[in-house]
Design a binder for this molecule. Sequence first.
Ligand code: UDP
Ligand code: MG
Length: 345
Amino acid sequence: MSSGRPLVSYVVPVYREEGNLDLLHERLSAALEQVDVDAELIFVNDGSTDDSLARLVALSERDERVVVVDLARNVGHQIALTAGIDRASGDAVVIMDADLQDPPEVSIDLIREWQDGWDVVYAQRRTRKDGLFKRATASLFYRLLGTLSEVEIPRDTGDFRLIDRAVVEQLRQYGERSRFLRGMISDVGFRQKAVLFDRDARHVGESGYPLRAMIRFAVDGVTGFSSKPLELISRVGLAMSVLALTGMLYAVGTRIFFPDRVVEGWTFIVVAVFLVGGLQLLLMGIIGTYLGRVYDEVKGRPLYGVQQVYRSGREELALPTPLERRRGERYGSSTDAGAADGPSR
Ligand code: UDP
Ligand code: MG
């Protein structure tokens, strides 16, 4: 692996995928012939109850690029991905599903774009072959996320993407427990690029995302990247207060100008109801605002990421480490002797 070629780590979460693994490995190996990189294939076994682990271990016997991370129990797709990314040592990491819905050949296009200098290359679905229900719910979800989210999360993209080492390092600072990786990667920033592809149907086996998990995932996505639902309380509170004020004026006005139309005690009750209702929502809005802040603080996301530092017209961050040196050729300009040999200043 010390060939001086860049190392690309594939991270593949595996949950009951026994029928897909051999074909996946075969197609991926064939595809990787087409690019000049070394690869590390990290399969994260997410507590599969079928024969997946044995198949993976067998693969690792045949192919020294294969690393199998066997998790202690089923923790779900997003955390399984995190476990894999945490172990990846590559200059870039490709995240891919094990069920061949993400064609391995497309990952080569992702790598090519990375070699052209992009830090995040996400695969965006031009078409998908899922059932009507999945397509409808997914489309609804992306629309909802699009309007609510505070960072722009690209539509019709799953987790299938390539991220540069710099992005991996930044991502590691995201300590949140409800993980919505595609949102986190959007939040990181850097140079992002889309590659269009046609998403295949699952090769064999069943989706590990039952409706219940899909809903939880959608909620994670929305609540992790938006405090708009909390802000909604304030807005509704304000609207209700205005309404309540009008109601109170009406009640008091009726009492004063048309006293004989009013039943004894009516005014007091109506005013009290409006007052308490309006006040309650308004105050809840205040709590909501603070809660939103607390939530932001608790997430403890990094405040910023530095893409590059320039000094005397030179890219400073692409300098000494061996890792950076291997990446050197990506930017073309920084392959000159000064940059490649490190401390020659
Ligand atoms: N997966 C996982 N843990 C789970 C569920 C799924 O690691 O609890 C993996 C699964 O093996 C696949 C990827 O996550 O590689 C996507 O899952 P799936 O294909 O079931 O989701 P769908 O494509 O139906 O949304
Ligand atoms: Mg799938």
